[in-house]
Write a protein that binds this ligand. Structure first.
Ligand SMILES: O=P(O)(O)OC[C@H]1O[C@@H](O)[C@H](O)[C@@H](O)[C@@H]1O
Length: 303
């Protein structure tokens, strides 16, 4: 589900073009296989919709429909240099406040790292498996030893995002990170995740105490959990069943603020997303040695 102003820009797009939206440069694609929108702030996918839209939702109806895409974006994003809440923010080279690869003297780097605020450049947009493959790199160096790049593939069947980190320095670095996907749902508190039953998790709301997931996970309230799992999960709600697969990640983060008001999200809009994140966290940090690389990936398909 994307804001109406972004929807209008997509509706006016044929093929590919760069536009300005919410003060950011956005790469829009509308082709026979579907639609994609990527913000060059953060190399952040904001929208993916396979196939063509069949109908325009009525403006009076604020609930998302299957035609609104698989990702959710707040209708009231922060202005720059803030970040856009929604889509798939890249959290790099640390997750949340772990700051393992933070090079500031007092470890005061931003929550979720440096990548999502930074400006990225589109290096290539190629035909790929009857869809598109985009390659992006940060405009400025973000870390003295680590270099990230993003690869985004989209076609009529799937959206795939890779965050690749190369170690170009001389001493090992401990990093973490996440593909912080905001997935669109018709009602967060009626949605359900399959695939985590029996998994160990840390509950951030209970001082990272450890628990085992009993049965499948129904979302009923706020939650902030790191599951130790590398399995696919399925997000089910009344509009679709989405399979979320991942690569290079042994942590699955499930997050929603519940009824707490986020300052950049109107109350009604916050009932339409759930974050399911392919991550490397305190449970599975990545020790990168000189010359090595790590790939963190997520793949969304219809289940
Ligand atoms: O508001 P932010 O910085 O995007 O973070 C949102 C949430 O992101 C999740 O990944 C974290 O587990 C939460 O603790 C955090 O609150």
């Amino acid at each position: 589900m994307i804001p109406t102003s972004l929807r209008e820009l997509l509706d006016e797009t044929t093929g590919q073009r760069e536009v300005e939206w919410a003060g950011r440069r956005i790469w829009l694609i509308k082709e026979a296989w579907g639609e994609l929108a990527v913000s060059l702030q953060g190399a952040q996918v904001l929208h993916y919709q396979p196939g063509s839209r069949h109908e325009t939702p009525s403006p009076s109806d604020s609930s998302p429909s299957a035609q609104d895409g698989w990702l959710w974006v707040t209708p009231t994003p922060q202005s720059l240099p803030g970040t856009i809440r929604g889509g798939i923010p890249l959290c790099w080279p640390w997750f949340a406040d772990e700051r393992t690869a933070d090079e500031t003297p007092d470890h005061s780097g931003p929550m979720h790292g440096l990548a999502r605020q930074a400006q990225w450049r589109l290096e290539a947009s190629d035909d790929h498996e009857e869809g598109r493959e985009l390659h992006l790199s940060p405009v400025e160096r973000l870390h003295t030893q680590l270099t990230p790049r993003a690869v985004i593939q989209a076609n009529a069947q799937r959206l795939h995002v890779e965050l690749i980190t190369e170690h170009t320095g001389e001493t090992p670095v401990r990093m973490s990170g996440a593909l912080h996907s905001y997935l669109a749902v018709s009602n967060t508190f009626e949605s359900r995740i399959e695939g985590l039953a029996g998994a160990r998790y840390l509950d951030k709301h209970q001082d990272f105490s450890e628990f085992i997931q009993q049965g499948e996970l129904g979302i009923r309230d706020a939650l902030d959990r790191i599951y130790e799992s590398n399995r696919d999960v399925i997000l089910e709600d009344s509009q679709r069943r989405l399979r979320i697969a991942k690569q290079g990640s042994d942590s699955t983060v499930i997050w929603h603020p519940g009824e707490s008001q986020l300052r950049d999200v109107p109350a009604e809009a916050s009932r339409h997303f759930l974050c399911v994140e392919s991550a490397c966290t305190r449970l599975d940090p990545v020790w990168l040695v000189p010359g090595a690389q790590h790939l963190l990936g997520t793949t969304l398909t219809e289940a």
